[in-house]
Design a protein. Structure first.
Length: 159
């Protein structure tokens, strides 16, 4: 066996090692992506649970949730901050969907939480929270009432 033959065998072994390394790397990237998606979904579940625990443990906030009459300044503030935080979470979920991190099925399920927060499927139909939202001070993010329709899973595209 000549030195050229040994070099050729060495090149073949090196090429096989590169192919094996690329296959291993591909598998690692795929597993890493699955883990990242799993972490995003876990955060979404945790945030939704936190919102429910806040409502469950705060009688004044629960009362403000059900009222459609003028709220006390304290109740208005609590409800306003709660809704702003909840809608920010929904916005984060929308960005995750738009960036392709979560699929439409997952986003659609979490998008339904907006109707729960607003007390209606669409702002134009009204509901307990949209009535309470109208009682909020002008510094409240009332423009978010239009957000659910504009960010519906059926009306947005991933560009």
């Amino acid at each position: 066996m000549s030195l050229g033959d040994i070099a050729s065998i060495g090149e073949i072994v090196a090429a096989l090692a590169v192919v094996a390394s690329l296959m291993y790397l591909s598998r690692q990237v795929r597993q890493s992506n699955l883990f990242a998606k799993s972490q995003v979904r876990q955060r979404m579940v945790e945030q939704t649970h936190e919102e429910l625990y806040v409502l469950m443990n705060d009688a004044e906030l629960r009362g403000a949730w059900r009222r459609s009459t003028k709220l006390s300044p304290e109740a208005q503030s609590k409800l306003s901050f709660f809704l702003a935080a909840a809608m920010r979470q929904r916005e984060w979920e929308w960005f995750q969907f738009k960036d392709g991190i979560i699929d439409q099925t997952v986003y659609s399920a979490y998008h339904e939480v907006i109707a729960f927060h607003l007390g209606a499927h669409a702002p134009e139909t009204g509901g307990p929270l949209s009535a309470a939202w109208d009682l909020m001070p002008t510094s409240s993010p009332k423009s978010m009432l239009c957000w659910p329709t504009a960010h519906s899973p059926t009306t947005i595209s991933r560009k």
